[in-house]
Design a protein around this ligand. Structure first.
Ligand SMILES: [Zn+2]
Length: 144
């Protein structure tokens, strides 16, 4: 096996779960997992990169990531940023069994602030530079 094939990891649901585990243990170690949490790739969404939902029947949290992120040309830090964003909602009590800390999930930039406070500023930066060129390429394709 050459180095090249060794580093080309396939991005499937198993890989997503390993990223979730990594991010949770590294940046959210103080947040207990109080219910079942699932993560998987959803449809190929160009604008909605991630979402978090709570299933009232099973009391499980379901995180969905756009299938666009299966593409290895999208930096892993961008995917990590999206997972970190959804885990911040979980931490704030949105789509989770934790107490709700804010009235609205994105009030006053709470997600970004929390991510920076937890040491994910570098993921924020990676996301910002990626989204800038991504929006540009989207606009070009659609004539915006
Ligand atoms: Zn959000």
């Amino acid at each position: 096996m050459t180095m090249k094939t060794k580093t080309a990891i396939k991005r499937d649901n198993q890989w997503l779960l390993s990223r979730l585990d990594f991010i949770w243990s590294r940046y959210f170690a103080d947040i207990p997992q109080t219910n079942k949490v699932f993560i998987s790739f959803g449809r190929f969404a160009k604008l909605r990169l991630g979402s978090i939902k709570f299933d009232k029947k099973t009391k499980a949290t379901i995180i969905t990531i756009t299938s666009m992120f299966r593409d290895l040309s999208i930096p892993q830090q961008v995917v990590d940023h999206t997972i970190g964003h959804e885990l911040t909602h979980y931490t704030h009590g949105f789509s989770s069994t934790h107490p709700r800390l804010h009235k609205y999930p994105h009030a006053g930039g709470v997600v970004r602030k929390e991510m920076i406070a937890r040491g994910m500023g570098h993921l924020s930066d990676a996301y910002k530079s990626w989204i800038k060129s991504y929006r540009y390429s989207l606009g070009k394709r659609h004539g915006w």
